[in-house]
Design a protein around this ligand. Sequence first.
Ligand code: NAP
Length: 484
Amino acid sequence: MLFSNIKDGDTFRYLVNGKWEKSSSKDLIEVYNPSNGKILAKLQSLSKSDIDDVLKNSKISQKKWKNTPVNERADILMRAADLIVQNSELLSDLLSKEISKPKHLGMHEVMRTADLIRSTAEEGLKLHGEYLDGNSFYHASKKKKALVDREPLGIILAICPFNYPVNLSFSKVAPALISGNSVVLKPSTQGALSVLHVSELFIQAGLPPGVLNVVTGKSSSIGDYLCSHKDVNMIAFTGSTSVGKHIASIAGMKPLMMELGGKDGAIVLDDTDIDLAVKECVQGVYSYSGQRCTAVKRIILVDKIANVFVKKFVEETKKIKTGNPDEDVVVSHLINRDAADFVKSLIDDAVKNKAKLLLEGKRKDNLFSPVILDNVTNKCRIFYEEQFGPVAVIIRVKDDKEAVNVLNDSNYGLQASIFTNNLDKAFSIASQLEVGAVQINGKSDRGPDNFPFPCIKDSGIGVQGIKYSIESMTRLKSVVLNFK
Ligand code: NAP
């Protein structure tokens, strides 16, 4: 694969059974460079019969792969991680071209993924079953003993969003592979090039044919077909709540791991270290232009400190650099024009409903410089809807109790932050928040990747995180010994 010399408009193949192939449909789909609007590459648009072939091969390959000793599987993952590190410059360059990710953030994503893969290989080596004795249960026969083992589920369908294509693809692929599953990976169309490249590195690392397959194409023609296919044994999806709910509605009895949208709130109490809270919230709102599930999407300020916080927050936000992803910026182009139009509609609606525009971000096509909206209330759509853009939403409340009510007034339940110097108060508030994880004195954040990443409400089901993903991608199987 010639990823090192890609020219605008190059055509890429999909990965099936260890080979790079053209689709039988002969159709192609286009990937754009969000920062200049030019066609960056063309991908194969797979047909339903291509999907059938992929799944057929994947099923055959999984049967061998599950019997490959786990230390051999771990060695392959370790080699793939080394190759990712060796290719990190090229990969972060691809990320900046295809999803407009600033180079330093792309590099962080790539290196973090290499760490995650290594750590997953190590965790896989620790995977073990258990032994149970029937006599420990009052009503059971005393003459039974169970050997309980973990088995792979079969074929994992991994579907990933545009914003962390490498990390969110291979945080599904690595646990699936180490536990003996095969994978059909469907990357986001914007973000597919880096995923195809990392997949090639897995092949170079010695992964047998058919164990990892990468399919590309229009979600409208193959998405539902894939998700409802009888040969898929689990769907691990990260993306928007609307697509996640749709997939859940057609998946039947397949186990699901779903990481969906978020509306994370940061509560800033009156006894906090304001400078720390401002610094964390600025990064939390604007990093990668706010296109992160765990971006700080609401800042909830207790009245007593609100003015001081807002003054400093505006000063710090003005220092943020906006521009092309190959420059040293924090905010770059949103993924496409529709995304920018959506952000603009939320800002306009908030202003119409009496929010104060403290910093009016300039817009050029899909590039927005940072925006700050103060005095946002529940009359504004942006109070509830996920902005996925560089917009700070400031909500003022009279006390801690109202802060908790506002934070919980959301369909989403990913993460929340509490900024305070009072740990008792922090734990008491944390216990009242309807979210998967609470950060004390830090912005919301996925990772480190060995932490569980739980979510509730419309933010998803199941838990990612190295050990937790391995558990989700395996099933228990008991063999019971009966004694006379
Ligand atoms: P998206 O539009 O939901 O797309 C996600 C993936 O689903 C893409 O690969 C897309 O493919 C595919 N897809 C769309 N329709 C499908 C269908 N019917 N069947 C199968 N696949 C289908 O999300 P996005 O815009 O890429 O990502 C942004 C969203 O992801 C935000 O809501 C964000 O909060 C969420 N997210 C959540 C987390 C988390 O951990 N909770 C992390 C990151 C992002 P195409 O690209 O080809 O359409």
